[in-house]
Design a protein around this ligand. Sequence first.
Ligand code: ARG
Length: 714
Amino acid sequence: MKKIYYMLATILLLSNFAAKADEGMWIPLLLKKYNYEAMKAKGLKLTPEQLYDVNNSSLKDAIVWFNGGCTGEIISMEGLVLTNHHCGYDAIAANSSPQNNILDSGFWAKNHGQEIPVPGMWVSIVQRIEDISDKVMSELKGVDEKDRAAKIQEVYKKLITEATKGNTYEAQCREMFKGNAYYLFVFQRYNDIRLVGAPPQSIGKFGGETDNWMWPRHTGDFSMFRIYANKENKAAGYAPDNVPYQPKHSLPINIKGYKKGDFAMIYGFPGRTNRYEFSKGVQITTDIIDPAIVALRDVRLNAWKEQMNKDVDIRLKLSSDFASVANYWKYYAGEAEQLKKNKVYDIKIKEELAFAKWAKEKTEYNKLLSDMDSTFAVFKPISLQRIYINEGILAPNISKYVSYATALDETIQKGDAKKIAATREQLKEAIKELPYAPMIAMADKRIFDSILVLYYNNIPKDQQVALMGEIINKYNSSNPREAIRMYTDYVFANSIFSDEALMQAWFNNPRPAALKNDPAYIHVKAFRDHYINTFKPKVDKFNESISALGRIYIKGLMEMNPKRNFYPDANSSVRLTYGTVKPYMKYPLITNLDEVVVKHQKNSGNPEFNVPQRLLDLHKSKTYGHYAMKDGKLPVAFLTDNDITGGNSGSPVIDGEGRIIGLAFDGNWEAMSGNIHFDPANKRTICVDIRYVMFLIDIYGEAPHIVKEMKLVE
Ligand code: ARG
């Protein structure tokens, strides 16, 4: 194991100039060694130390992990953070009401005092990265596959304790190359984050679900926050007298623009890719898993939409959940479609055939692919189980309330007073996150019912929970659809978790008996136990086997291709990807405000394409300040060929001199297969132009005081 790691280093070293296309999410610590020359060749003007340094300020100090799911960047020496609108969405919606509707109207704080604290929101800044491959792998020698994961956790724990002793940092260890390398990331986390501003969602989410994951695009997808610290500029919990954080670095704003072919890099926290996936994994994804997720999410979206259309308050309460479920509903539909269209299964088969040929005489590798086949063959017939639990049975709010109650009940049974109090506090917060209203409960009932129908129709009969058969027999054995409807009525009429007051009363006085006899509790428990007893051991075994096979496969691929520059899959750790500003097919490189107006007119009556009258007026008078392009038009969005994925949302798009030219906010439809296979011909990053952002703050939002904090390069 140790050997492979050294070998890996040599491989990468040999192939300094081998970078093809602009594929790869690289670890900043290694840029100097493996990528710097290629970056320079593409137009980077900075030194490697300006990209990543531990002792002196560098770009990394302006990049923040935004609340665990997005990226943000610091753009002023007063801790101003820029991210996507869809990353701030939840905070913006949570601070909106029919009376003070900042989601629909937009918001700009006129001074620090007006900035809105967002409890629970945090950002983290990377302090250093360490290669811990040796430390981890030396402990794994002779360890059995089944004990491997536990051993790794044990080593992680030790290293994290060491890294955070005597300081205020947090640390995380991450596996790379499916376990062929390991890295430690040390962070400083900031918990006092306040909302500074956002455009109306008709701008920040312009095009809605229709345009989502598509180019050409016209969305002003940004929002702004500020990091607060204590008077010593140290991270601290929320306090009214905290002050704006003074960062080590902030990104200057390039409003001069860019052109096709210009260097562009994106620094951020990409979530997950699976670029070394096996052919059989691709097949299960396209044929089984993605369509199931789409069908199950459809149910939630339709039921919510029905209620959202009736009432503003309900719309505000459900908007954030709707947007995030819809976002990945479309993602999975697109992934299945594009995996097929881009023939990713065939590509994987070809790669595996080449591997098999190379591995023929090598005992370490020559059984790998047949093992892979048989491992997937066992998993395939039960591959819907986990999806139907997570995206189905547990999706209605009523099931979530039950899960929370179950968690509290289990903690109570253990009798540790401190833990009980802490769990209770946590759950109180979690419950607040699930908006309750009678109309939402109506949607919930429809969701509960439709999901059971899908379960009954799509899960093989011999795999179904016994409760399902009992429901049909009890309520209407000749009409299962009707039986499910009656059962749903029964559950919602009799469960305390379908009624806000009764539910709150239970959490205030959590009596086990009231829980155990509750029909929603009995329902969730039946499905959960069935999954845990019958399928979970098999799913766990599959995951263990397939990750071991994946590890060996990557190790083999590296031996087989000693000149190729390998990069690890995304895993929510900080990465940098570099490339160029680049158009896609026949489409324009940059979209502009004229097109926003045209799109708005063409789709009149469709709320997704509404725009505020003020934007139309500013367009009419061409009041663009110094943010227009040379042709007089106001840029809106543009494309690069950078390699990003979910989690990169909000990441800065940075030019060769370290200045921000835009924010990454999406990928294009034609490359929705990108998490499994990078296709340079199709893959693009969709970015909002920083000049549009500046126009929206400075002129549309009439908040020039915020622009004054920044360093604009004209
Ligand atoms: N597709 C974008 C991403 O995943 C998110 C867009 C959010 N907007 C929406 N219409 N749901 O980064």
